[in-house]
Design a protein around this ligand. Structure first.
Ligand code: ZN
Ligand code: ZN
Length: 363
C-alpha cells in the first residue's frame, strides 16, 4: 500500500493555500486515524511533516521498529524524550515558515506548546483537511470495510443462536466481542451495544445486568474492526412474541430505512438523504421520537464525515461509505433502529450489510 498519493493531495492543497507544510502530531492516539491514513503507521505516538518539498516522519523508541515495517517509503526518524524541541528544530531546519495543523484532534495544550516553541514560524489552524481527504474511500478501503461488515453480520448470526432467557446484556456484548476478535477482527469498532426490552429506547445505551426475558425486543448495535477499518450495523429482533406495537414501529422504521437507502446517491445532500427517511417517520406521527441524524461516514473511525442529518452541510460523493440508521424510541418502553452500511455510487448505493431485516425476526 502506497500512502504517498494521499500526502501528495495534501501537499497540493498546502501549495494552493500558500502554506509551507502541514503538521500531524499524534500524542496518546490523539490523531491516530489521520496519521495512519497518511502513513500506514498504527502506533499511539508519532509526528508527520508534509512539506512542500517532501515528508518527515518520526516516532519514539517504542515504535521505531514497527514503523520501519508499516511506513513504506519514508525514513523513520527517532523522537527523543524532549520531542517538542526536536520537532521545532526539525521544522526550522527545513526553513518552513507557515505550518498548518488540524484543529479537530490537536489539543489546546499541544497547540500552545508548539506556538511557544516555533520561533519565527506561523502555526495556522486548519479545519478538517485530512478528514476531508478521508471521506471518499479508495477501493482498497471499501474492501476492508466490506470485510468488517461481513464479519459483523456473521457474528450477529452466531450470537442470536446463543441468546436465551436469563442471559445479561453485558454477557452477550462480551461474548460477541470475543467472537469477533477470535475470527479476525483487530478490535471492535466501538463499545458494542446490546439492549434488552426498555433499554432499547436509549440510542447509545450502555449494556448492563438486565437479563433477557420472553417478549423482549433486543437491539444490537455492533461492529468489528478489520485492518483498521470499522463496520457499523444495527438490528432489532424479539425473543418470543413481540407486542403488536413493537411490530408496527418495526415496520415504520423499516420503511424509513428503505426510503433513506433509496435516496442515497452521489450528488444528494446530507440533509436531503436525512429528510427522505425522516419524512416517513414524521408522517406516522413519530417525528419527535427520532432525535438523531440518519447517518454518518464510516472508515478508520466509526463516526466520521460526511453527516446525514437535518443540519448537515455535506454533499454525498461516489466512494463515500455511510450508514443509514433511522430509529424510533419510545422512552420507558422500547426502541427500534435499523442500520445499514452502504457505499455511495453515482446512481444509488451498494449495501454492505447483509443481515436480514425484512421482518421482525423472533428467536
Ligand atoms: Zn451503529
Ligand atoms: Zn452508526
Amino acid at each position: 500500500m502506497d500512502y504517498k498519493p494521499r500526502r501528495d493531495k495534501l501537499r497540493n492543497r498546502i501549495a494552493q493555500e500558500g502554506l509551507d507544510a502541514f503538521l500531524v502530531v499524534n500524542v496518546e492516539n490523539s490523531d491516530q486515524a489521520n496519521l495512519r491514513y497518511l502513513t500506514g503507521f498504527t502506533g499511539s505516538a508519532g509526528a508527520l511533516i508534509v512539506g512542500k518539498e517532501g515528508d518527515v516522519f518520526a516516532t519514539d523508541s517504542r515504535y521505531t521498529e514497527r514503523a520501519a515495517r508499516e511506513v513504506p517509503g519514508l525514513p523513520v526518524e527517532k523522537l527523543p524524550a524532549r520531542w517538542l524541541d526536536w520537532l521545532a528544530d526539525r521544522l526550522e531546519s527545513l526553513s518552513l515558515k507557515r505550518v498548518g495543523i488540524g484543529t479537530q484532534r490537536t489539543s489546546l495544550w499541544l497547540y500552545r506548546k508548539l506556538e511557544k516553541k516555533l520561533k519565527g514560524m506561523e502555526l495556522v489552524p486548519l479545519d478538517g483537511w485530512v478528514e476531508a481527504l478521508r471521506r471518499v474511500k479508495d477501493p482498497e478501503e471499501v474492501e476492508r470495510i466490506a470485510t468488517a461488515a461481513r464479519l459483523t453480520d456473521e457474528g450477529l448470526r452466531w450470537l442470536l443462536g446463543r441468546l436465551k432467557p436469563g442471559m445479561t446484556e453485558r454477557e452477550a456484548a462480551l461474548e460477541l466481542e470475543v467472537w469477533y476478535r477470535k475470527h479476525g477482527a483487530d478490535h471492535i469498532a466501538f463499545d458494542l451495544i446490546v439492549a434488552f426490552g426498555e433499554g432499547s429506547s436509549m440510542p447509545h445505551y450502555l449494556p448492563g445486568e438486565r437479563e433477557l426475558r420472553e417478549g423482549d425486543l433486543i437491539l444490537l448495535d455492533i461492529g468489528a474492526k478489520v485492518d483498521g477499518y470499522c463496520a457499523d450495523l444495527t438490528r432489532v429482533v424479539a425473543l418470543g412474541r413481540p407486542a403488536p406495537e413493537a411490530r408496527a414501529i418495526y415496520e415504520l422504521v423499516l420503511q424509513a430505512n428503505r426510503a433513506g437507502l433509496e435516496a442515497v446517491q452521489a450528488g444528494i445532500s446530507g440533509q436531503e438523504a436525512d429528510q427522505a427517511a425522516r419524512k416517513v417517520i414524521q408522517e406516522a406521527g413519530h417525528g419527535e421520537h427520532f432525535g438523531h441524524g440518519l447517518g454518518h461516514g464510516v472508515g478508520l473511525e466509526v463516526h466520521e464525515g460526511p453527516r446525514l442529518s437535518p443540519t448537515s452541510e455535506d454533499t454525498l460523493e461516489a466512494g463515500m461509505v455511510v450508514t443509514v440508521e433511522p430509529g424510533v424510541y419510545l422512552p420507558g418502553k422500547f426502541g427500534v433502529r435499523i442500520e445499514d452500511l452502504v457505499v455511495v455510487r453515482p446512481d444509488g448505493c451498494e449495501i454492505l450489510s447483509s443481515f436480514p431485516k425484512e421482518e421482525l425476526l423472533s428467536l
